[in-house]
Design a binder for this molecule. Sequence first.
Ligand SMILES: NC(=O)CC[C@H](N)C(=O)O
Length: 358
Amino acid sequence: MPQVKLILEDGTSITGESFGAFTSAAGEVVFSTAMTGYPENLTDPSFAGQILVLTTPMVGNYGVPGEELYDSISRIFESDKIHIAGLVVNYYSEEHSHWNAAKSLGDWLKEYNIPGICGVDTRMLTKKLREKGAMLGKIVAGDDVPFHDPNLDNLVAQVSPADIRHYGSGQHKIVLVDCGTKTNIIRCFLERDVELIRVPWDYDFTTLDYDGLFLSNGPGDPKMCEATIRHLQKALAQDKPIFGICLGSQLMGLAAGGDTFKLKYGHRSHNQPVKLTGTQRCYITSQNHGFAVDTETLPAEWQMLFENLNDGTCEGIKHTSKPFFSTQFHPEAAGGPEDTEFLFDDFLKAVVEYKQGR
Ligand SMILES: NC(=O)CC[C@H](N)C(=O)O
């Protein structure tokens, strides 16, 4: 395999071997300590613009499944394409074996023209990113490219669909504001009694007739989503239940009048412990975020709902009297533990209560 370089903005230069597409790419270098789930992670739109470093030492050994659609959504992947800018691994397993593997990870990356670099000491690299914080970086194969900070782009506008889509025929009409939604969020709703109306990130959903509002995950800096925040402020003035996940949680915090900030190196793994406020109860969660809500800045009628037990940061917020709540982690998982999927039921319970009281 030809040699390529991973270059960081602090001057670090690491030589490795190319797999996937032989092309250069720049982005924000972030790490994930998840041990499995690359088909899900690579297709999660929240990773748009990021060069993903995987700390698990062997990657690619179970290949990549073939695509299957049901109801026009993917049964397996989290969106319809790879969103990462590049992939950094230690050992890339060229041989793969798994009951549902249809292709190799390298071939899949090639299909989407995404470069991979292997032979990198990803744990050393991760220690560096933990000390200095997430950095800009580039994979250089042949032609050099300039560094590029994806958080300065409106990535949500790039990954959000342009049209409205309808799914399911359940009793509860839920509007899903798609800022780059993971497909498993749609699956989680369709397993319940829901009719889903999926709208673009900047669509004025307040004009629609619905029972509950859902705000999806998505890439980049939440402050880029000015249109969503504006529409959300109108929804917060009403009483219909609102549930947000990850970027959706940050948007809820911003619309409520609070602030968000960038974490030093983010939370990306499948084993992040969070504590439910007011209890000693801990859940293990799947996470992928670089920003967080600053709870100190929230107005008095809002409080922290979950706290990250590794660093004490906010993992969700709730309104003290209205049915509005959010999680910074991913209760829909995919990949990762499903312990907090009950939050979809809690949201729908709030929707039923709202409809009964109406
Ligand atoms: N998974 C997400 O929704 C990520 C949200 C946001 N882009 C962040 O990095 O914090």
